[in-house]
Design a protein around this ligand. Structure first.
Ligand code: ZN
Ligand code: ZN
Length: 279
């Protein structure tokens, strides 16, 4: 029944419940395989990322919870690591040397021209203010910067799963309706996914915003392209609340199937496996 999720937060970052609660909820819904992926430490503090001093506790708590529920569910540990710059990204040795099962590579942050770090993973009205105040209203530039950073993350590597590939599109679309019909934008997204396919990364279909914004990340418009390029996909809810771990999962699986996918990636026996979509 494809009851899996590998993108999940908890109290070690900005999740709203502890690891134990997430896993108990997953078991109660019949999930067979689950992974926790807190926001990895950055070179500075934020309200949403883990501190380096917590990593050991995170790994210890994972091992404790895994033992408690091992007869009921396969439990894995990862981190969602930001591409910040060439010194702090998924390929950095500090992340590579951790005993993790996997890494999700994501972009949430840009630099403005004063080299201030700007979080663009925010609500649409805040994003609009950011574009106007930090980037002089130049949305095209912001979009290009976002993808340039993702291209660089692909090149540097060190991760297994590409996190919410085009997440900024929803904010950008609110700023300028019709963006997803613009040729230059679609060419950019297509080039990006071609590169993703060449490197062989797994792309997550992130369902976090499905119930509020009715879109997946990447947007469902690109599912057929992903299939055509031979990209392997998995469905993740990027859940910050235990009761949202299943949100949008069936809708995403159905949409993938409609676009030609027969399998999704799930983790069993410490390996990524292609599992038939069964609806
Ligand atoms: Zn994220
Ligand atoms: Zn996340």
């Amino acid at each position: 029944m494809n009851l899996t999720n590998y993108h999940s937060h908890c109290l070690f970052c900005d999740g709203r419940a502890d690891m134990d609660e997430f896993i108990r909820f997953a078991i109660s819904k019949g999930f067979t395989s689950y992974g926790v992926s807190s926001h990895a430490p950055l070179p500075f503090s934020t309200h949403w990322s883990m501190e380096w001093g917590q990593i050991e506790n995170y790994l210890n708590e994972f091992n404790r919870v895994k033992q408690v529920y091992k007869s009921q569910i396969e439990f894995y540990v990862g981190l969602e690591v930001d591409y910040l710059n060439d010194l702090s990204n998924p390929s950095s040795i500090c992340f590579q040397q951790l005993p993790l099962d996997y890494i999700i590579g994501s972009v949430h942050l840009l630099y403005n021209d004063k080299q201030d770090v700007i979080d663009i993973d925010v609500a649409p009205p805040i994003f609009a203010d950011i574009v106007n105040q930090h980037f002089y209203g130049d949305l095209d530039k912001v979009i290009r910067m976002y993808f340039e950073r993702q291209f660089r993350m692909l090149e540097l590597g060190g991760f297994d799963i590409l996190g919410h590939a085009d997440k900024m599109h929803y904010n950008a679309m609110c700023y300028r309706p019709g963006l997803l019909e613009e040729k230059w934008y679609n060419d950019l997204v297509e080039d990006f996914f071609k590169k993703v396919a060449n490197y062989g990364y797994i792309v997550e279909i992130n369902t976090k915003a499905y119930n509020t914004y009715h879109t997946f990340f990447p947007n469902e418009k690109y599912f057929a392209l992903l299939h055509e390029l031979g990209i392997r996909v998995m469905v993740n809810s990027d859940s910050h609340y235990p009761d949202r771990i299943n949100a949008g999962r069936l809708e995403a699986l159905k949409c993938l199937k409609d676009c030609g996918f027969e399998t999704v990636v799930e983790r069993y026996d410490n390996k990524w496996k292609d599992v038939m979509i069964s609806l």
